[in-house]
Design a protein around this ligand. Structure first.
Ligand SMILES: Cc1cc2nc3c(=O)[nH]c(=O)nc-3n(C[C@H](O)[C@H](O)[C@H](O)COP(=O)(O)OP(=O)(O)OC[C@H]3O[C@@H](n4cnc5c(N)ncnc54)[C@H](O)[C@@H]3O)c2cc1C
Length: 456
């Protein structure tokens, strides 16, 4: 943008207290939770309704100003960083639950609702929205990144829970996608086009979400193993056995070491699996428990800590929550690069061992949603130390290329943002050109979250 427009004109659309060009507000909206360099937007706005979003977007469209949607800014790949400046639309104040329909297992929300707050409300009626990225993410941001999380192995990702959306297109036009039926074969699946598009094609203002019934009972298991392979082979066998874990997480010994230090625990510093199973009766879960224990023992488990019920579940999961924060606290002053590759399950063991070798000389921690074949490699280092950071980037590159060679993906859940753009040609080949054509068609001026996906 050469010359800044007159932001006072925005007062025709919003009250002045919902428009800011202040330095501190712009700084807050210049970065996400990643190491990627911050970029200041020129103005931040807080709409309350779809109509306001539409008018803001139309105003920006006429002036050719970039527009980036902002949920909670918890992305890990620079996804909401407004790299060309312009307007950031913050959904913080569009946080209303519009309608709850327990009889249909559905809820209508505005895009700024935090999924954890939603789940607290829904617990009264025995329902929940299963995708769980851990951080205090908004529904709009989760749709933007097609987020998933610990429970995805059983319940699926955000894309599996969106029935309907209201979307504002780059010229300000408002469209409604989908319907409230549980299934539909009516035409192109436009919902899927917009989900995971990181605000590059349209901005979601409202969504109808599918809900699941809260499980009646829980079983949790923590198992440690002598070597990484013992743990990752167990993952594969559990998934093949007909069991249906609702979480199946891997932590390498380095992660457990940091958790012990940060949380004053005394867990065995060995490759570890954390598992959860949902069921109706204690009897059924106990049977599953003995089957899981048998598989773990066959793979040489050292410790097997199991429990039934909510309290036991909380005790065993305590360690997994806030893993990323514990890693960050262990390396004050350093930045986090977190990889997010995913591979077919048969290659999970190979991928973890490969990644472990590649990062052996770095401050690196491997964990992930093993049941989905999703691996997080968290590396802590200083991006300003060119030599060291080059080694971090090289490890990142090799691990991603290995995942692609194994027919996997450069990102299982964090999205493309800035960090994964360079891998899209390798991952998608000629279909990337089709994505570019779709982008050009919907957003010919490249105004919506520019600088993401494509090198323009
Ligand atoms: C500690 C930690 C743990 C995490 N664990 C996980 C995990 O297990 N699984 C996982 O999937 N993610 C995880 N994440 C990443 C992050 O929380 C998710 O990607 C989340 O969905 C981002 O939501 P947000 O509201 O913060 O969105 P933002 O970061 O604000 O935005 C995300 C993207 O969506 C776009 N966007 C925002 N709102 C809208 C809208 N209304 N319409 C269209 N586009 C929009 C933005 O422009 C951006 O491109 C983790 C992050 C942290 C910090």
């Amino acid at each position: 943008m050469n010359k800044l427009p007159n932001f006072n004109e925005l007062k025709n659309i919003l009250d002045s207290n919902r428009i800011s060009t202040g330095e501190s507000v712009r700084t807050l909206h210049s970065h996400d939770e990643s190491f990627h360099a911050p970029v200041l937007p020129d103005v931040v706005v807080w709409p309350h309704t779809t109509e306001e979003v539409s008018r803001l977007v139309h105003w920006a469209y006429e002036k050719k100003i970039p527009v980036t949607a902002w949920g909670a800014g918890t992305s890990l790949e620079g996804n909401p960083i407004p790299v060309n400046g312009g307007m950031v639309i913050d959904f913080n104040e569009m946080n209303q639950v519009l309608a709850v329909r327990p009889e249909d297992f559905q809820v209508d929300v505005q895009a700024g609702v935090i999924y954890k707050d939603l789940n607290k409300k829904l617990s009264n009626i025995g329902l929940f929205f299963p995708p769980d990225p851990g951080a205090a993410a908004t529904i709009g941001g989760m749709i933007g990144n097609n987020a998933s999380g610990i429970r995805t192995v059983k319940y699926g990702a955000t894309k599996d829970y969106i029935l309907q959306m209201v979307v504002v297109l780059p010229d300000g036009e408002v469209i409604k996608l989908g319907n409230r039926a549980r299934k539909s074969s009516a035409g192109y699946n436009l919902l899927s086009l917009f989900i995971g598009s990181e605000g590059t094609l349209g901005i979601v203002t409202e969504a109808t979400l599918r809900l699941a019934g809260l499980p009646a009972n829980f079983m949790a298991v923590r198992a440690t193993f002598p070597e990484v392979n013992n743990a990752t082979d167990t993952v594969h066998q559990i998934m093949r056995s007909g069991l249906s874990p609702s979480a199946l997480e891997f932590l390498d010994a380095n992660v457990v070491r940091v958790l012990n230090y940060d949380r004053q625990l005394s867990l065995e510093e060995k490759p570890t699996l954390l598992m959860e199973f949902h069921g109706y009766s204690e009897h059924g879960l106990k049977e599953e428990m003995s089957f899981v224990a048998e598989i773990c023992r066959e793979n040489g488990t050292i410790t097997l800590d199991q429990g039934l019920g909510q309290t036991e579940r909380s005790r065993l999961w305590e360690i997994r929550h806030q893993t990323v924060e514990s890693i960050k606290r262990y390396h004050p002053g350093l930045e986090l690069l977190i990889m997010d590759v995913a591979v077919p399950l048969s290659h999970y063991s190979e991928m973890v061992v490969f990644a472990k070798n590649e990062v052996s000389a770095l401050n690196a921690y491997i964990f992930g949603h093993a049941g989905d074949g999703n691996i997080h490699v968290a590396i802590m280092d200083d991006p300003l130390d060119k030599k060291k950071w080059k080694a971090v980037e090289e490890a990142n590159r090799k691990i991603v290329l290995r995942a692609l060679a194994l027919e996997g993906t450069c990102t299982g859940e964090h999205g493309v943002g800035i960090g994964k753009c360079c891998f899209l040609p390798d991952e998608h080949g000629s279909s990337l050109a089709l994505m570019q054509r779709i982008k050009n068609f919907l957003d010919p001026d490249n105004l919506f979250n520019p600088g993401k996906f494509f090198r323009m």
